[in-house]
Design a protein around this ligand. Structure first.
Ligand SMILES: [Zn+2]
Ligand SMILES: [Zn+2]
Length: 257
């Protein structure tokens, strides 16, 4: 049993074969998924998919790349959606210094607003971080995000920072890059971080794990991530899949039979 904690089945790339993609995931043992919506277009689609399947959940937030587009109405809309029965987290939110569509100060403000909302509605957050590790950790501390906790999605930072995040009630989610030959940090994190603080994800359609690197990613491939974590830790695949699934279920507050 696996829980892919970060999927974008709501992306255009799955328009043609969403049903088949979900079926392939189930065949690979992926029972649960969280579809992440991050703007006006992908949020309704995430909810629609979550509503259509008992074991698919949704997260809603505003992506840092598009921070400049977020209005007060958007934030109020996201707040409203937190009472939707299938919404289990706020995000993805954070900082992305790779793209320059939204200036850093705007990104920071939109990030802070969403953390404050999470604390208001008592919902955990999902963090997107690209080339902004230091600023993210600083903001999480300043805003006391530990009150709600969250997920460092597709974590690719150093072990040190992972520990700081764990101390703030965050889980470390590893994705496709842990399988890349040259990905030194994710492999170190996979070895060093206790499994009880770990999740697995695909972030599909992006970041497909080896040997599918460069192709469209999909939830079925989260198995390759879990297998790699097991190999690096020197433990069984069954243990990795069981513990990371339990971590995700308890993090998202999902009770299952
Ligand atoms: Zn992301
Ligand atoms: Zn994402």
């Amino acid at each position: 049993m696996l829980f892919d904690t970060h999927v974008h089945l709501n992306a255009d790339q799955f328009e043609e074969d969403l049903e088949e993609t979900i079926q392939r995931a189930r065949q690979a043992g992926v029972t649960y998924m969280t579809v992440v919506g991050f703007d006006r277009k992908t949020i309704p689609k995430a909810l629609e998919i979550a509503e259509s399947d008992e074991n698919i959940y949704a997260a809603v937030g505003w992506h840092p790349v598009d921070a400049i587009d977020m209005t007060e109405e958007d934030l109020a809309w996201i707040e409203e959606l937190t009472s939707h029965p299938k919404v289990v987290a706020l995000g993805e939110m954070g900082l992305d210094y790779h793209w320059d569509k939204s200036p850093a100060d705007v990104q920071k403000e939109v990030f802070r607003k969403q953390i404050r909302l999470a604390k208001k509605v008592l919902m955990p957050i999902i963090i997107h971080n690209r080339e902004a590790t230091e600023d993210i950790v600083q903001i999480l501390k300043e805003e006391n995000a530990a009150e709600v906790g969250g997920i460092m999605h597709c974590y690719s930072g150093p072990v040190e920072t992972a520990r700081e995040c764990i101390d703030m009630n965050f889980l470390i989610s590893l994705g496709g890059p842990v399988t890349f030959k040259n990905a030194k940090l994710p492999k170190e994190v996979a070895k060093a971080v206790d499994l009880k603080h770990m999740l697995v994800e695909t972030d599909c359609p992006f970041l497909a794990p080896h040997p599918n690197r460069g192709k469209r990613n999909e939830p079925a491939y989260v198995k390759l991530v879990a297998e790699q974590v097991a190999e690096l830790k020197g433990i069984s695949y069954e243990e990795v899949s069981r513990v990371t699934t339990e971590n995700a279920l308890s993090f998202f507050g999902i009770s299952h039979s």
